[in-house]
Design a protein around this ligand. Structure first.
Ligand SMILES: C[S@@+](CC[C@H](N)C(=O)[O-])C[C@H]1O[C@@H](n2cnc3c(N)ncnc32)[C@H](O)[C@@H]1O
Length: 240
């Protein structure tokens, strides 16, 4: 995805294309909400792909918590840099005027956004409790037929447990598929038992991939990747 090739972040080119398609399908005068913007990689894709009449709202406190893999707390200085980089990257991409940035936590932002959401992208705090709160509270704001995308699904333990709790056996969001860890859900599941069972099975089928990702993260956390490098093999990248 050339558009954001120079913008730091954890979104693969394929995931960028998936996000682009979702934003492109947002109806005129609709609303896109992003939770977790970091330096603007995904925000720029959402703002570029959507119709100029669409409101693009990016929520990120840039406070130094839940910044990235294994960066849960204490990154205030880095987050101040993220905030400056976010503004600079949006300006360089020519979309600064298209995006409303709410520099606040996602739960506090609920009252700052009016009406229903057409496209919701969740990529904020990946711990279980805040991930569950985002899926539930912001997921409720997605209008019928709207789209919800979740990054680090079946990759992060917190996000995956939140999905198991709220979506796998849910009655509203249909699992469409995923680009690596970016899952796509559409709010059009018919509540019948057959549809719900099929929907649950399609999501549960992702669990072997989740197990592989967890094993990879354990290996990388124990710095076993370095051992591989010493034996002339490439260290695998952090899965996302
Ligand atoms: C993985 S990064 C997002 C990456 C971004 N989507 C991209 O494509 O580069 C996670 C971001 O979530 C933000 N964040 C952490 N807790 C949050 C919360 N409660 N609400 C909104 N954003 C949050 C962090 O400040 C961080 O910038």
């Amino acid at each position: 995805m050339q558009l954001v090739a120079d913008v730091e972040g954890w979104m693969s080119p394929g995931q960028g294309a998936t996000l682009y398609d979702a934003a492109d399908r947002c109806p005129p005068d609709g609303t896109i909400v992003e939770i977790g913007s970091f330096r603007g990689r995904s925000t720029i894709v959402l703002a570029t792909a959507s119709d100029p009449s669409v409101a693009v709202i990016a929520i990120d406190p840039h406070a130094g918590n839940d910044r990235g893999p294994q960066e849960i707390d204490g990154f205030a200085d880095e987050a101040a840099d993220d905030h400056a980089a976010f503004n600079a990257n949006l300006a360089a991409a020519g979309v600064a005027d298209r995006v409303t940035h709410l520099r606040t936590f996602s739960d506090d932002a609920l009252t700052e956004v009016d009406g229903s959401v057409d496209v919701l992208y969740i990529d904020g705090a990946h711990r279980y409790a805040p991930a569950l709160a985002d899926i539930r509270a912001w997921g409720d704001r997605v209008g019928d037929g709207g789209t919800m995308l979740i990054h680090d699904s079946f990759s992060s333990i917190g996000v995956t447990l939140a999905i198991l709790r709220s979506l796998v056996f849910g009655s509203r969001f249909r699992y469409v598929g995923r680009s690596r860890s970016m899952t796509i859900y559409v709010a059009d599941l018919d509540g019948g038992l057959g549809s719900r069972v099929g929907n649950a099975l399609r999501q549960l089928a992702q669990l072997p991939w989740f197990a592989k990702n967890v094993a990879l993260k354990v290996l990388l956390t124990l710095k076993l990747g370095k051992l591989l490098e010493r034996t002339g093999r490439e260290s695998p990248e952090w899965p996302y």
